[in-house]
Write a protein that binds this ligand. Structure first.
Ligand code: BES
Ligand code: MN
Ligand code: ZN
Length: 491
């Protein structure tokens, strides 16, 4: 989709759809007022008492004969007495996108007025992001009943000329939206298409400019001593891949932020096999990896002056004659041994080796992103991601980023008290700590591999996808991560 800006006379713009704002007290934006004086379109809405009155509500108006715009979409942008919040801007832009999608509209001009908490750059970012994500639809493996979105040109119009702040905001929002859509799309793809090899190919396709990509094959992974990672891959016929993406936009000596994504492209549980119901949703067990690819996609487009490394540990978790068995003991890259009591606690096994590998980057901070535990879904539902950190300043930054991006996380304890749940009679630690506090003991396991740097862990098991009728990947926590890295939503 092409985003652009326009100034000047509104009633001469040729477009399939003109969008104007009204407020809850039935007052009109400047643009709407000027239009109304000429065409009396909104007066009619008022007479019928059909002026949308709730933030994001829309009303269609047919344009008069001879007008340069074919349709008019009126969107309620809150009340004049209170400024729109980030969440309200997002939801209004999403409902505009939905309305445009429903009518298969090809080009639209939104005459904007920023009456919100945020500055114009962020306002433009939020609109472009929401329109971009609003137009995502999954079509890859469908042949019927697919609606391919028609919109190709989206223009923001200002009564007063919109400056470079708006232009940059639009481009930033488009790139963020595309990063989020990338994460959603990879998550939605079925496990027979989105394999570790597929993820590696997608990463390689991103390489170029300031982004370099290396993919380690099983031989090299084994040679590095990643016995924990390899024990998960043992049961799968699909080759495991260890993907290293380096975005170098900053000074050579500036320490990178490292993102580590759990990339289990399908989690059957292995020999500790999962029950049948909803097992299909375990194709989403690579959403952490997808969020890393989403962030890298946006970084490549926006070219910020900083260094970010993206790591993906990708494999399936399958049962087979070669699969790891409960009770097996493996040696991680760190040298610590692990008794695998439950092969379904595989995420921490692939992550612990990745977390040891990243020491070589001398990172400023390491953040792992993983659909790690069902227990996190029980604790926080699907509204907040679980956040753990060994450094409170990092935790605070991520919490604030989640708040600003409306992609929130909630901090959980990483107290030593929980560590003893991982005691084993046969190895340095067990890979599970029982049912109680399951998300916390999983984080405790990871904490044993992250002592050499500032580290945070995001358990996105509840937030990365929705089940039920709206089943699909959400693209979370790409928004949180981009806010943390770029201040995407704070001007
Ligand atoms: N990928 C799952 C976690 C998961 C389960 C996410 C359900 C979302 C919904 C993970 O690999 C897993 O199976 N975890 C186990 C850990 C347990 C064996 C300690 C779990 O949560 O049941
Ligand atoms: Mn599992
Ligand atoms: Zn898993």
């Amino acid at each position: 989709m092409d985003f652009s800006l326009k100034a000047g006379q509104l009633d001469t713009l040729r477009t399939d759809c003109l969008i104007v704002q009204v407020y809850a007290d039935k007052t009109l934006s400047k643009a709407a007022k000027a239009l109304d004086e000429k065409y009396h379109l909104l007066a009619r809405l008022r007479e019928l008492d059909e002026v949308p009155q709730k933030v994001g509500n829309c009303a269609w108006v047919m344009s008069p004969k001879g007008a340069s715009f074919k349709r008019l979409l009126v969107v309620c942008a809150g009340s004049t007495s209170r400024k729109l919040t980030i969440q309200e801007i997002k939801s209004s832009a999403q409902s505009v996108a939905k309305a445009l999608k429903n009518k298969s509209i090809k080009s639209a001009v939104w005459s904007v007025e920023n009456h919100s908490e945020v500055d114009s750059g962020v306002f433009a970012t939020l609109i472009a992001e929401s329109v971009t994500t609003g137009f995502y639809s999954y079509t890859e493996t469908k042949t019927q009943n697919i609606s391919i979105p028609a919109l190709t040109k989206f223009t923001l119009h200002g009564v007063d000329k919109l400056d470079a702040v708006w232009r940059n905001g639009l481009q930033r929002g488009k790139s963020i939206g595309e990063g989020i859509n990338t994460a959603r799309h990879l998550g939605n793809l079925p496990g027979n298409i989105c394999t570790p090899t597929y993820l590696a190919d997608r990463a390689r396709a991103l390489a170029g400019g300031k982004l370099t990509v290396a993919v380690l094959e099983e031989k090299q992974i084994a040679k590095l001593g990643m016995g924990a990672f390899m024990s998960v891959a043992a049961g799968s016929d699909q080759p495991a891949k260890f993907i290293v993406m380096e975005y170098r936009g900053g000074a050579a000596n500036s320490a990178p932020v490292v993102l580590v994504g759990k990339g289990i492209t399908f989690d059957t549980g292995g020999i500790s096999i999962k029950p049948g119901p909803a097992m299909d949703e375990m194709k989403f067990d690579m959403c952490g990896a997808a969020s890393v690819l989403g962030v890298m996609t946006t970084l490549k487009q926006l070219q910020p002056r900083q260094n970010v490394v993206g790591i993906i540990a990708a494999t399936e978790n399958m049962p087979s004659g070669k699969a790891t068995k409960p009770g097996d003991v493996v040696t991680s890259m760190s040298g610590q041994t692990i008794e695998i009591l439950n092969t379904d606690a595989e995420g921490r096994l692939v992550l612990c080796d990745a977390l040891t590998y990243v020491e070589r980057f001398k990172p400023k901070a390491v953040i792992d992103i993983a659909t790690l535990t069902g227990a996190c879904v029980i604790a926080l539902g699907n509204h907040a991601s679980g956040l753990y950190a060994n450094d409170q300043a990092l935790a605070d930054e991520l919490l604030a980023a989640g708040q600003a991006a409306q992609d929130r996380a909630w901090q959980m304890p990483l107290w030593d008290d929980y560590q003893k749940a991982l005691d084993s009679n046969f190895a340095d630690m067990a890979n599970v700590g029982g049912r109680e506090g399951g998300s916390i003991t999983a984080a405790c396991f990871l904490s044993r591999y992250t002592k050499k740097y500032n580290w945070a862990h995001l358990d996105i098991a509840g937030t990365a996808w929705l089940g039920g009728g709206a089943k699909g990947a959400t693209g979370r926590p790409v928004g949180l991560l981009l806010q943390y890295l770029l201040g995407a939503y704070s001007g």
